[in-house]
Design a protein around this ligand. Structure first.
Ligand code: NAP
Ligand code: GDD
Length: 385
C-alpha cells in the first residue's frame, strides 16, 4: 500500500515541490486547496489527474486552516501517514495589514491540525511536520542562528508562527505526538510568489531587459538573508519525518547575502553591471557598463538598443521606495544547519548563484511571452507590488 501524505498549502511554492517529490517516491498525496474565484492551481497543474481516474496519486480537497471541522474531516477521511502543514499567510509585510487573519491561519491553524489528531485518536498513526521559520529569530540574538538561539519575532507573521512552533513542541511533549518543526530559512525558486524579494528582482530584471519597464522600486536593500532553493528544502521536510524521534531542525545554507548583492548578481547574468550609490531612500542602483554580446544573447539586438536609450535618459534603474519598508525589520538571517547536516544527512545541492541563474532564466522565458504579446498588439499590465 502506498504511503499517504496530506499537504496543507499544496498550491504554494513548497507544497508544489513537495507534492512532486513525494509522488516520485510512490506516495499518494492529498492536498488542501482553498476555494478562490479564479483557478489557483498553476503550480500543481502538471501533477493534476482527472478525478474520474480510480487510482490517483494526487487528490485535492477543498479546505481552509481557519475551519476546524473541515480540517478534522479531511484528516479523518484520508487518514494520512504524514501531514505537512505548509499552509499559511506567508508574507511578512502583508501580515502587518492582516494580523488577526495571520494569527488565525498560521497560529491557530496549526493547533487545529494537532487537536484533530488527538480527537481522532491518531497520535500513533501519523507524523506531523510544522513549517516553522527563521523569522522567529527576528531581532537576532546571535549570528549564526541555531536550534538553541532564542526567538525574538518582529512581525504578526512571526508571532503567529511562534505560537505554532511552541504548540507543536507542546503536543509532542504532552501527548507524545510525532510532531517536528523545520525552522527553514528563506528558500526561493522560479515558482516563488511574485512579491517576495527574490522573485520581484528576477521578474523586474526580465521586464527591464525586455523593455517592458524602466525602473525597479525596492525596499530595504541592506537586509541580509540566507537564501536556498525550495527543491532542496522540501527534501529536508521529508527527511525530518523519516526520523524515529520527532525533533526540531534549522534548515539553511549557512551563507548570508544582502538584498543589494542579490540584485547585483542577477543583473550581472544579463551583462548589466550595477553600482549602488547614496543612502537610505536616496540610494540607487546605477548602470556602469553593459556587456553587449551577453545582453543580446539573453534578449535581442533590438532590446539592447532600447535599453541603451533608456539608460542614457536615466541610468538609475534601481530605486528605493519606502512603501516597501516594514514597520519592524529583520536585518540579518544566517542559519547554522549543522544539526540537519549531521542528523538528517541533509545538504543543499544549490548555491545562491545557481538559484539566481535558474530564476533569471525562467523569468526571461516568462517575460518573453509578454513581450511577444505586446508586439502583437495586446495590452500588457504592470505590477508594482
Ligand atoms: P506560499 O507560496 O505563500 O504558499 C502558502 C500556501 O498556504 C498556499 O497554498 C496558500 O493557498 C495556503 N494558504 C494560505 N492561507 C490558507 C488558509 N487559510 N487555509 C489553507 N491554506 C492556506 O508559501 P511557501 O513559500 O510555499 O511556504 C510554505 C510554508 O513554509 C508557509 O507556512 C511559510 O510560512 C513557511 N516558510 C516559508 C519559507 C520560505 O522562504 N518560502 C521559509 C520558512 C517558512 P493559496 O495558494 O490559495 O494562497
Ligand atoms: N518583499 C520585498 N519586496 N522585500 C523587500 C523588498 C521588496 O521590494 N525590498 C527589500 N526587501 C527586503 C525585506 O524588507 C526583507 O528584509 C527581505 O527583503 C526579504 O523579504 P521577503 O522576500 O519578502 O521575505 P521575508 O524574509 O520577509 O520572509 C520570507 O522568508 C521567511 C523565512 O525567513 C517568507 O517566505 C516567509 O514566509 C518566511 O517565513
Amino acid at each position: 500500500m502506498a504511503r499517504k501524505a496530506l499537504i496543507t498549502g499544496i498550491t504554494g511554492q513548497d507544497g508544489a515541490y513537495l507534492a512532486e517529490y513525494l509522488i516520485r517516491k510512490g506516495y499518494t498525496v492529498h492536498g488542501i486547496k482553498r476555494r478562490s474565484s479564479l483557478l489557483n492551481t498553476d503550480r500543481i497543474d502538471h501533477l493534476y489527474q482527472d478525478p474520474h481516474i480510480k487510482k490517483r496519486d494526487l487528490i485535492l480537497h477543498y479546505g481552509d486552516l481557519s475551519d476546524s471541522m473541515n480540517i478534522t474531516r479531511i484528516i479523518q477521511e484520508c487518514r494520512p501517514d504524514e501531514i505537512y502543514n505548509l499552509g499559511a499567510m506567508s508574507h511578512v509585510k502583508v501580515s502587518f495589514d492582516v494580523p488577526e487573519y495571520t494569527a488565525n491561519t498560521d497560529g491557530i491553524g496549526t493547533l487545529r491540525i494537532l487537536e484533530a489528531i488527538r480527537l481522532l485518536d491518531m497520535k500513533n498513526d501519523v507524523r506531523i511536520y510544522q513549517a516553522s521559520t527563521s523569522e522567529l529569530y527576528g531581532l537576532v540574538r546571535e549570528v549564526p542562528q541555531t536550534e538553541n538561539t532564542p526567538f525574538y519575532p518582529r512581525s504578526p507573521y512571526a508571532c503567529a508562527k511562534l505560537y505554532a512552533y511552541w504548540i507543536t513542541v507542546n503536543y509532542r511533549e504532552a501527548y507524545g505526538l510525532h510532531a517536528s518543526n523545520g525552522i527553514l530559512f528563506n528558500h526561493e525558486s522560479p515558482i516563488r510568489g511574485e512579491t517576495f524579494v527574490s522573485r520581484k528582482i528576477t521578474r523586474g530584471l526580465a521586464r527591464i531587459v525586455l523593455g517592458l519597464q524602466d525602473t525597479l522600486f525596492m525596499g530595504n536593500l541592506s537586509s541580509k538573508r540566507d537564501w536556498g532553493h525550495a527543491k532542496d528544502y522540501v527534501k529536508a521536510m521529508y527527511l525530518v519525518l523519516q526520523q524515529d524521534k520527532p525533533d526540531d531542525y534549522v534548515i539553511a545554507t549557512g551563507v548570508t547575502t544582502e538584498v543589494r548583492e542579490f540584485i547585483r548578481k542577477s543583473f550581472a547574468l544579463v551583462g548589466v553591471e550595477l553600482e549602488f550609490k547614496g543612502v537610505g531612500e536616496n540610494e540607487t542602483g546605477c548602470v556602469t557598463s553593459v556587456n553587449d554580446s551577453l545582453f543580446t544573447e539573453r534578449s535581442s539586438r533590438e532590446h539592447l538598443k532600447k535599453f541603451k536609450t533608456t539608460i542614457s535618459r536615466d541610468p538609475h534603474i534601481i530605486k528605493v521606495d519606502p512603501l516597501y519598508y516594514r514597520p519592524t525589520e529583520v536585518d540579518i538571517l544566517h542559519g547554522d544547519p549543522t544539526k540537519a547536516n549531521e542528523k538528517l544527512g541533509w545538504k543543499p545541492q544549490y548555491n545562491l548563484d545557481g538559484l539566481i541563474r535558474e530564476m533569471v532564466d525562467s523569468d526571461l522565458i516568462l517575460m518573453k511571452k509578454e513581450s511577444y504579446l505586446r508586439k502583437g498588439g495586446y495590452k500588457i499590465l504592470n505590477y508594482f507590488e
